[in-house]
Ligand binder design. Sequence first.
Ligand SMILES: Cc1ncc(COP(=O)(O)O)c(C=O)c1O
Length: 390
Amino acid sequence: MTFDLSKIIRPKIYNLEPYRCARDDFKEGILLDANENPHGPTMKVDEEHSGLNRYPDPHQIEFKTKITSLRNAQSDYKDENLESLTAENVCLGVGSDESIDALIRSCCQPGRDKILIMPPTYGMYSVCTEINDVETVKVPLIVEDNSFQMNLPAVLEALRNDPSIKLVFITSPGNPVGSLVNPKSIEELTSQWPSGIVVVDEAYIDFATSGGSMSPLVNKHPNLAVLQTLSKSFGLAGIRLGMTFASKPLARVLNAMKAPYNISSLASQIALKAMEPENIEIMKMTVDDVSQQRIRVLNELTSLKQTADTQIGGLDANFIMIRILGADGKPCNKTAKALYHKLASESKIVVRFRGTEYGCEGCLRITIGTSEENDFLIKEFAATLANLQK
Ligand SMILES: Cc1ncc(COP(=O)(O)O)c(C=O)c1O
C-alpha cells in the first residue's frame, strides 16, 4: 500500500478551494476592494506601522523562503536526490498550537477518527482532540531506561489494530523530557505506516545537541509533517508564529484551510527581522548560552542529596527535568509539589510540577533562565529543599 493523501484528508477539506481576495491579482492603486479604513489607524503610530489599516499578506512567501533556506542550510540530510525545501512546503500558524489543531481538523472526522500520542508528551494534542471530538490512543515512550524513545513495535501494533488512527504525534525533542527521538525510527514508522501522517513536533529542535531537524525529509516522505515555532530558540513567543513543513500537496491543503489573514502584519514584520543573518547569529549564541547554563544548573541541582542522580530524559531542549526524592530516597510527588509551591510563593521562582505525567513521578521541569536567574534558582532550590527535608 502506498500513501494516498486524498484518503487521509477529510474529503470536504481535500477539495477546498482557498479563499481568494482581489489583492491576489492586484496589489497596487486605490484599494477599495477589502472594506478597510482608508484613513489609516485611528491612533498615532510610528511610520513603520502606518499600513496597519490594510489586511496582512495571506501567503507570507518571503518569510517562508527565508525559514526554508535556513533549514536547508542546516540540514543533516545530504542526499543529492532529496528536493530542497521551498516556500511551497510551508503553512504558517498562530503559534504551532494552531498548526497542531489544523492537522487534527484536516485529517480527523469528529466522533470517528483518532490520533496516537506517546506520553509523557505535550498537553495540547489532547486539548485539541477534546475540542474536535477526536479520540486519543496512547502508546507510552520507553521510560524504564530513561531513554524516552518511541516504542516502535508497540506503536506499529496499535496502528495495525486501529485503522481509525489518522495522525501520530511525536514530540522531538520531547516535552517534558527533553530527549530527541531517534530520527531513524521515525523514518521507519513513516515507511511502515502509509495510512496516516506522522507529525514530528520540533518546538525545541534548535536546542538539540544530538541531532538536527527532520524538516528536509518532508519531500522524501509524503506522510511526514514537521512542526516548528519561533516561540523558543528565536525568543518570540509573543508574536505567535508556528510552521508546518510538509509535502507540497499537504501544505497546499493546510494553506487552503487556514483563515486567510491568520498571521498579523506585526508578527510578519518581526518574523522577517528574526531571519536576518545577524539575528540568526544571535539566536545561535543564545542557544549556546542556554546549553552551557543547562549543564551548570543540572550539575548543581542533581548534586543535592535529595535529587542525587535524578535527572530524567535528555538535554536536547531549553529545560531539564529533575526528580525529587522523599525522605525514604524514592521519587516523591508530595515533596516535589511542596518544593514547587514554596519556590513560587516564597522565592518567586516559578517552575513546573510534572509529577503526574507518565513515568515522571516526583518531577519538576525547570526552564533554563539567564545566568543571574539560574544563580538565584540554584541557591533557593537547595535551601528550600533542605528545609522541606528537615
Ligand atoms: C512541544 C511543544 N509544541 C508546541 C508548543 C506550542 O508552541 P507555540 O508557542 O508555537 O504555540 C509548545 C509550547 O510550549 C511545546 O512545548
